[in-house]
Ligand binder design. Structure first.
Ligand code: DGI
Ligand code: FE
Ligand code: FE
Ligand code: FE
Length: 190
């Protein structure tokens, strides 16, 4: 694995300026949450930095990677919002030479959650840092930050509930794992 400065340069060259800056802010917010939750700060910094590394790849690149890595062909009917995490982790592994399985898994899960409440602290930190980084300004973000400072788990559930409701409000197709995650967390926290 490259040092943080070299990773930043690699991420910067693959993303537009606005998305690169989002990645830097996610990295910073992940470090903050890592400190609050007794997690390795370097691991959180790296995972946050690279979480959207593959976000600007073409559909053809994602589809080729699904074949190359023998990922389930059922993934092919989805699109960039799902691919850039689940398939994006493969680009991070192959191009950035990141081998830490915990970091790769946190990238896979960063959009949808795990499908159940059993996520690692790193998974939760990256999932929440992406949602709460200081450039996010959606209604409710301050409340979400406050809840997450109190309880990382309650923050995860807040995000799942609000993202699900937002997607349904827009009449978007929802990835089954997003529903499964919501249901399992609702039961777990009740
Ligand atoms: O990559 P980012 O924009 O920083 O954030 P993200 O990876 O959390 O989310 C990417 C997009 O994916 C966001 O607009 C919300 C959307 N999304 C999250 N869950 C689902 C989803 N889109 C669909 N179609 N289905 C989902 O279940
Ligand atoms: Fe993302
Ligand atoms: Fe490897
Ligand atoms: Fe992101």
């Amino acid at each position: 694995q490259k040092e943080l400065a070299a990773l930043k340069e690699a991420v910067r060259t693959h993303l537009s300026e606005h998305r690169y800056e989002h990645c830097l802010r996610v990295s910073d917010y992940a470090v903050k949450l890592a400190k609050q939750n007794g997690l390795d700060e370097k691991q959180a910094a790296v995972a946050g930095l690279v979480h959207d590394y593959a976000k600007e790849r073409t559909a053809a690149e994602f589809l080729a990677k699904i074949d190359e890595k023998h990922l389930p062909t059922s993934l092919k009917k989805w699109g960039n919002p799902i691919w850039h995490g689940v398939v994006g982790a493969e680009f991070v592994h192959d191009e950035l030479k990141i081998d830490d399985p915990a970091i790769l898994e946190a990238i896979r899960l960063h959009t949808t959650g795990a499908g159940h409440h059993d996520m690692t602290t790193l998974d939760k930190v990256v999932f929440m840092a992406d949602y709460l980084e200081t450039g996010r300004h959606f209604p409710g973000v301050e409340e979400a930050r406050r809840i997450t400072d109190e309880s990382l788990n309650q923050g995860v559930f807040y995000q799942l509930a609000h993202t699900l409701s937002y997607l349904a409000g827009k009449e978007h197709v929802i990835y089954p794992k997003t529903f499964d995650a919501y249901n399992d967390w609702a039961e777990y926290l009740s």
